[in-house]
Design a protein. Sequence first.
Length: 211
Amino acid sequence: MVTKAYDEVRSGKVPKNFDVDLIIAGLDEDPPNFVTHETSFISPRPPPRDFSIVTYDKSGELVYHTYTASIGSASDTADRFINEFLETVNPRQPYLGLVRCAQVVMEAHRIAEKRHRGSVGERDQLVWINDNPTFQETSEKETSLLGSSLRLKAQGLLTGEVVNEVFKVILNRDNSERDAATRVRDKLREILLSDSDGARRLLDYVLFGRN
């Protein structure tokens, strides 16, 4: 399913003005959802970045939901992720989808900033395979916020163990920063377990450190 949908996106079903270099698919979703990130630019100044969320409608046609955010304004993009898309990622387990969307926003902006500085290759691609985010044709494996240790299973529960695994990836911390990672992980757990409307607050905290 992922290969088929990936091929569809790469073979022309993305609008022609999109240069797709980031594709993420969740295998726990049926049909899977994709996030694509357009990064082509022609000037040294950071341009607008278009985030296109690609889903399937009931007839099986691809549907595009497009958002534009310049580097440094990820909060606006995050709000639109939440308001218009997040609840559809995984209705049975919305918080797993929430954490995944937080990762998507962070990863897309990280790649956008690195590309603007000229430190990311032209063919960086991220494909979700068997619940493992896998880079192809990229040198970003070691520094990626989406490391291969992440395991979000389709029928998993939002336990402390899941939160720990997620934040091992999001924070990419070494042992010397374990205390800081623990504090952030605990803050995430607090938000998820106590506030059913905490999606925006969670993304604010994960992306910007704001309470």
